[in-house]
Design a binder for this molecule. Structure first.
Ligand SMILES: NC(=O)c1ccc[n+]([C@@H]2O[C@H](COP(=O)([O-])OP(=O)(O)OC[C@H]3O[C@@H](n4cnc5c(N)ncnc54)[C@H](O)[C@@H]3O)[C@@H](O)[C@H]2O)c1
Length: 234
């Protein structure tokens, strides 16, 4: 039998009640990781508790809560090796009908929280090293792609990479489709946007996250892995 790819590692995943977070949690569990899972409401993570995971309610925009979460993980598991900054939200709207309050909320949840998560991860990992995986989007590649290699430069042996999915069949995309005037046409359009001719599955994004979390990617840092059916390659 091959060794578990995350054997001996402790992994924290935010937004674990969602499509990609949930698929990642299940895959990490199957690969031997000890889990710390958070989402806005930890009640939705109950099945993982029965199997030994630490589950916590966490709003990733709450700076003080981040410290409490990391401290709770260290107390329960004694170490932290992997942080997946996955929680995010999507507001359907364009420049004309988006309020400043909605814009600020999206920035706080999708961007500021990644800064907070990275900062707290570095605090916990700088002794023994580790792996941070930030879940971004193909929008971050086509637009202003960010380099995330600053952790490694400090010589902490902490790798930091990002995964950029395109349209993936989760509640986030289903919510977007449901608000369209012609949901069927939008669904077909999203599938046709990529050369592979379909939307992605959460498990396919989780597989890329697993690679970056494991020691198989020991020499990979600052990388941006697209999981997009070829959307950005056209
Ligand atoms: N589904 C896609 O097509 C797609 C495409 C590109 C990028 N992504 C990215 O993948 C990641 C996962 O998205 P998903 O598709 O699984 O979405 P999802 O809506 O299924 O899951 C997102 C989870 O984040 C949680 N969350 C939202 N706000 C939070 C907050 N303030 N604090 C803590 N948790 C919060 C939600 O409760 C939910 O469980 C996100 O970072 C998203 O931007 C998804």
């Amino acid at each position: 039998m091959r060794p578990a790819r995350l054997g001996g590692k402790v992994a924290l995943i935010t937004g674990s009640a969602g499509g990609i977070g949930g698929a990642t949690a299940a895959l990490f569990e199957a690969e031997g990781a000890r889990l710390a899972l958070t989402d806005l409401d930890a009640a939705s993570l109950a099945p993982f508790v029965e199997r030994g995971a630490l589950t916590l309610s966490q709003d990733v925009t709450d700076e003080a809560r981040w410290r409490e979460v990391i401290d709770a993980v260290l107390k329960r598991h004694g170490q932290l090796d992997v942080v997946v900054n996955n929680a995010a939200m999507a507001i359907v709207g364009n420049i004309e009908n988006t309020t400043l309050a909605d814009w600020r909320k999206t920035q706080a949840v999708n961007s500021e929280s990644v800064f907070l998560g990275c900062r707290e991860a570095v605090r916990a990992m700088k002794g023994r090293g580790g792996s941070i995986v930030n879940i971004s989007s193909v929008a971050g590649v086509i637009g202003d792609a960010q380099s995330v290699d600053y952790c490694a430069r400090k010589g902490y042996r902490i790798r930091c990479n990002s995964v950029h999915p395109s349209f993936t069949r989760t509640a986030m995309v289903e919510g977007f489709i449901a608000t369209a005037r012609n949901p069927k046409r939008v669904r077909e359009g999203l599938a046709a946007a990529a050369p592979l001719g379909r939307m992605g599955e959460a498990s396919e994004v989780a597989a890329a996250i697993l690679y970056l979390a494991s020691d198989e990617s020991a020499f990979t840092t600052g990388a941006e892995i697209v999981v997009d059916g070829g959307l950005t390659a056209q």
